[in-house]
Structure formats: C-alpha cells, structure tokens
Design a protein around this ligand. Sequence first.
Ligand code: SF4
Length: 506
Amino acid sequence: MSRSATYPIRMLNPALRLRTGSRRAGHPHGVCKTGRGSSRSCNRIVAPGVPVLYQTFSISFEETGMPEQKRLYIKTYGCQMNVYDSERMAEAMGEHGYKTTSDPEGADLILLNTCHIREKAAEKVYSELGRLKPLKASNPNLRIGVAGCVAQAEGAEIMRRQPMVDLVVGPQSYHRLPELEARARNGEHPLDTEFPAELKFEGLSRRPGTNRGPTAFLTVQEGCDRFCAFCVVPYTRGAEASRPVSSVIAEAQRLVANGVREITLLGQNVNAYNGEGRDGAVSLAKLISGMEAIDGLDRIRYTTSHPNDMTDDLIEAHGTCPKLMPYLHLPVQSGSDRILKRMNRGHTAKAYVRLIERIRAARPDILISGDFIVGFPEETEVDFADTMALVEEVRYGQSYSFKYSARPGTPAAERDQVDPEVASDRLERLQTLLSRQQRDSQDDMIGREVGVLFERKGRKQDQMVGKSEHLHAVHVSNGNIVAGDLLRVRITDSAPNSLAGELTAG
Ligand code: SF4
C-alpha cells in the first residue's frame, strides 16, 4: 500500500438497520449528506425507495491505522548459510511491516547478503551497488544495506566508497537488523560488524508458522577455528559457536509442524558442533540422535564438515541413525601431504582415506562428496598427481572443484601463485575424472529402489522432482505426486546430473 494513495472502501450502507436485533454500528444520522467531490461520496439511491446496499468512500492510508506494508528485496550470494541467514533476516523484518519482494524497483529496503569466497568478491558488491544507484536517486526513501561476509570484511570502507549505503551489518548481528533499519530511516548510517557475546539466534524472532516446502536448512553452528590458509571464514564469521540444543530442537519442531520432512543442519564446521544441552556439551552425533525423536521429521543431513572433526560417535551415527541420510560432504581440497600442510588442513591424505574407509564400514552405501582446490600456491605437477590418485582411491559420487583464488587477508594470498593456465589445465583434468566418477555412481543406481522426497514440479508435463537418500536429483512422471510426498522409486535411467525413475507399488 503506497503512502500517497487513497483507498475506496465498500461497506454496508450505515443508513440500513440490519434486522438482526443486534445493533451494528451505523452512521449516526442515517443517510449522510457530506456531498460529492470530497474524499467521501455516498447517498445514491438506485431506485426510488430501494436503499443502496453498499456505499463506497475513500480514505487515505494513514486513516486505515494499519501498519505500513513495506517491501524488502534481499539478494543472496554464496553458501547455504547465507540462504538461511536471508530467510531469518526477512522474518525479522517481517515483524516490522516488511514483506519480501523479488523486484528491487519497488523495494523500500534493499539488502545485499554478500559472500567473500570468490576473488574480487568485494569489487562485485561495489559494482552491484553502482547498479542500484539510479533506484536510490528515483526513490530517496529507499534504504540500502550490505550484509554478509563482505560487510564483515570491508565494514566502514563500504560507506566510504559508496555513501549511498545506509547500513552495514555483519553475519553475527542480524538480530539487530530492525534497530539498524530504524536508525537508517532516521538518517543515520549504522555499522555493526561486531561479534556480540550473545548468539544472534537467541535474538532473532521465532520462525513464523508459515507453510514451507518439504526441506529446510537449520544453522546449528557458526564460525571456524581451523584457519585454513586460503579461507576467510574465521575472519568474517568469527570463532566457532554452537547453538544450544533446546534452541535447535525448538526450531526443528516448528519447521516440521509447518510441513518440513527433511532438515539439513548447517555450519561452516558443522561437525565441530558442541551445543549446550541439559547435561553439558552435546556433540553433533548426539544432537542428530536427539532429533530422530521428532515425529514427522523423516530425514536429517548436515554440511559442511572438516575431516578432523569426524568423531567416532558421528561415524557410528551413520550406521545407527535411520533418519541420518547416507550422504556425506567431506572436503579434502588436495591429495598431497605437502600441500595439505601448506593449507594448514591438519591432516594427511592417508588419514583422510582411512577415515573414508571407517565411514564406509559404518554405512557401506554412503555417497561421499568432496571439495577440491587446484593451483594452490606452490602446487607442483607431483602434488596434483597425488590429488588425482586420492580421487581414484576414494571414488566420489559428487564433488565441487575450483581453481585457487586469493582472498585478501589470508596467508596463502601472499605466496607464489601458480600460473592460471596451469591451474585451468589441472582443473579440467580433475573435473573430467570427477564427472566420470559421478556418472558411474549414478549408473550404479539403475534398477535399484530408492526413497525420494518430492520437492517441486519438473519441466515436463506431470513430472515431479525430488531427492533420493543419496541427494541424487530424481525425476518421475506421474500426475498423482505432490511436493512433500516421500515415495519409493525404481531408478530406470541416469543422466549427467540426475536420475529418472518410476513409482514402485511399495
Ligand atoms: S575448515 Fe572450512 S571454514 Fe574453516 S577455515 Fe577451513 S575451509 Fe574455512
């Protein structure tokens, strides 16, 4: 509802007394005579003696006394944790009269929730802000904010380079966003990139009871104490902090009460989770087995993990917790011990392979996914060959691989960089091997029966898309399936990034 407009209201003609015996508040003097041309018009009679049932008159927005409905446009970059944070920021602002919009043109508040993972990440944010400048020029009431890891890393520099930015808020202060927005509305330029003692989750509002899709992310841990030589997370998200068990369980129950059947627990180093429970610190494995008791929750996943935090009880949980899905994303980055040391990963290639063997012993059908960086400073062809050998040995069902990119402020950024062409060549060779392994893992599913949680419509008529227990995308053409159905499917075909199947009788 815009500020300046007036709104036609149609209501029962107060001149009419309803024959219910109950007195409805009516216009005290029957047929009003306020006359035409003013913002109120009435007293028309359709036919002699037949009173008009409805009258229309206009009032301004302010006169409705309703809270002004403002529009919030959030652009989210980067990881699932940013996706989760954007949802929480939208919910927090929802309690202050904001409704999200997908159109920045009509927004009253624009938030860029940024990611600092890629090279030139900050420059990309500045150019995006440049693109938003005309909107601000055409709507002086528009407020623009920068959130996320670039906000944390750049801080006041953002407002110095782009004075049109009204507020800057780091990932640990989202519970203060409404207050920062109010201060920005009063002409201030608040900056909050602190690491507050209290966890933002305790300050954020309870998740609203809105119906959701069948899957949801739930952040349980933030920050990281590992300081890998290429990573900005310890600087932008701070030290590891885990949410109390009660807060996680409460949020999970609310999500399930609103239609969620699968929850993915998020953390930059999620398997280092040690949240406060009734009897002291609780590990991720214990949290998962606690969540298994939530009625209506069918599937649990977690991401992203560090090999050194794969505790014995978490490995065991993969064999004993039926709701814990047989999928594990366990980044390794390189197969060369020399490079792993230079990366400060804290483990060797052999230790990683032995860990995978223990996890596969606990859950033989588990799908292993990995992260790889090629072209890390000082990486030689021999180091790269070690990475290829590790990939051959582990056999990945899914993977993410990148060329190293220097992040300002990280130790590796100061070292001798590998020639970009050499890095590109190595990435191509690695991705050829990884795609072949992914294809093999999918082809192995043909003829097998899997459980699929359907999430949305596919591109074809009557086609529905969902995820199997191994996080494979599965398409099924059947007009009776709806989002939220968890059904048995026999895999009939495999494509580069998805599987096709048919419903089984079971
Ligand atoms: S463990 Fe992950 S989040 Fe932590 S510093 Fe290393 S790469 Fe970054």
